[in-house]
Structure formats: C-alpha cells, structure tokens
Write a protein that binds this ligand. Structure first.
Ligand SMILES: [Zn+2]
Length: 133
C-alpha cells in the first residue's frame, strides 16, 4: 500500500505545521485504487484541544467534512496532523487509529513526514509517494 499525494498538498501541510505552535490537523480526501490511497484534496480542521502535544477534531466539524467529501464523490482516505517532535504515532494517536482505521499522515515542524496504518492491531508504515502535479 502506498499513500500517493501531490507535492503541493504535502507542502501546504508542512508549511502550516512549521508556522504553528499547536498541532495542526485535518482530513485527506481521495480514493482508494489497487490498494493505494490517492489524495485528491486536503481539508484543514481546527485542533479543538489547542495543544502542542495532542489534537482532537470536533465531531460537528467531522460531519461537515464527511458531508463535503460525499458531495464531491471522495472518501476520507486519511487523517493528518503535526507533531512538534518527530512524525511517529504517539500512544494517543494509536488509540485514535483504532477508531479511524484509515491512513494517518504525521508531519513535524521541520519538514519530516511519515504515514501509518493500523493492521492486525499493529502500527505499520505506509510508503508515501509524492507526485508532481
Ligand atoms: Zn500525534
């Protein structure tokens, strides 16, 4: 499985993460094809916790994003958020991954990124393929 994302989409997430003192977060909308996850749109949401070590998305905002995705014929293929230290899932993230079993893209504020998915209750790394748009 690969996470295929356009350079401009990854760039905008990395730039926001660099400029933020709290964790940034949002959804990756797109499609699944031949086992790959293809990102077509990036939707930023608010970090309800306003925290530098955790994030949470308001359920009402999640509903709005899911409705929007539905209208556009896209699926919520991933969740992204930032860390102020390295892009490795925290214990809290792993709990979240049990609820949202899609790809989790984690970036840090230095331009590093990684993607992960929970498979058989274990965190697995997902290859990120950055494509030019
Ligand atoms: Zn995290």
């Amino acid at each position: 499985m690969r996470l295929i994302i356009k350079y401009e989409h990854l760039f905008i997430i990395l730039e926001k993460a660099k400029d933020s003192r709290i964790e940034i977060c949002g959804f990756l909308l797109g499609k699944q094809k031949d086992g790959d996850v293809i990102v077509e749109e990036v939707i930023f949401t608010k970090n309800k916790l306003n925290s530098s070590t955790a994030f949470e998305i308001d359920p009402l905002e999640i509903v709005k994003v899911l409705d929007y995705a539905d209208e556009k014929g896209l699926e919520p293929v991933g969740i992204f958020h930032s860390h102020l230290c390295g892009p490795i899932p925290s214990e809290r993230d792993i709990k979240g991954m049990k609820l949202w079993r899609n790809v989790w893209l984690i970036v840090d504020n230095k331009g590093n990124y990684g993607a992960f998915i929970l498979e058989d209750e274990k965190v697995k790394k997902v290859h990120v393929e950055v494509i030019q748009s």
